[in-house]
Design a protein around this ligand. Structure first.
Ligand code: ARG
Length: 217
């Protein structure tokens, strides 16, 4: 016996399961994206064009096409023969997508550090690598971390297209309930509120963290 009835119970379980999928995909895609982002940035800083070129092509293609198109192509074409499950495919697709954006975040963060810092470090005799490690990166980190937090929020919301490959995330769970019960407001507003709660709490934590970073300025 449950006070909200069996259908209500099934609905809640669907939503909770969808929420789990949304969080898992977002988290692992962000991890994959961070690794790819750092790697891509390093490649883009290379002096050799054949190392820079693939990195630039990757960022260009990813940023120039919608993530939902990338997801569908990856799942139905690229990974079709490999029998990869939907969640893994989604993690790879969103991770690949995020990697391109993260590499741009890192690049922008590094470029925002005043050129005078490099010039001063170099004229004091620090090597290019030492300048990067000791002078530029510690300052760039302050630009990069808040932007990474923002990327996490974008990614979380962007996973709402997982339904395109048949994965049941939070959004799709709401959709399933809507189509089966003909009750639209409750499931869809529930989804919206959960997304809002997640992004809002994350933004809140982020702003606290940014204040801490600012203190050392
Ligand atoms: N909606 C945009 C697209 O479909 C954003 C993609 C994801 N953005 C991001 N920063 N990871 O291309």
């Amino acid at each position: 016996f449950s006070p909200i009835g069996d259908d209500g119970m099934i609905g809640i379980l669907l939503i909770l399961n969808g929420l789990k999928v949304t969080l898992i995909v977002t988290f692992f895609a962000m991890l994959l994206g961070a690794v790819l982002g750092v790697g891509t940035t390093l490649m883009k800083m290379s002096s050799k064009w054949y190392i820079r070129f693939p990195a630039e092509l990757y960022v260009g293609v990813i940023r120039g096409t919608p993530v939902v198109v990338q997801l569908v192509i990856l799942y139905f074409i690229v990974l079709a023969a490999l029998d990869v499950d939907k969640i893994t495919a989604a993690i790879i697709a969103f991770g690949l997508n995020s990697g391109a954006y993260i590499s741009e975040i890192i690049r922008a963060g590094i470029q925002a550090v005043d050129k005078g810092q490099t010039e001063a470090a170099r004229s004091l005799g620090l090597s290019q690598a030492m300048t990067m490690k000791l002078i530029i990166l510690p300052q760039a980190i302050k630009n990069i971390l808040p932007a990474l937090g923002n990327e996490f929020i974008v990614l979380l919301k962007e996973t709402a297209v997982i339904g395109f490959i048949g994965g049941v995330d939070l959004m799709r769970a709401g959709e399933i309930i809507r189509s089966r019960t003909f009750e639209d407001s409750v499931p869809l507003f529930t989804c919206a509120l959960i997304y809002l709660f997640l992004t809002y709490s994350f933004t809140f934590m982020l702003s606290k963290f940014e204040k801490r970073l600012k203190q050392s300025d």
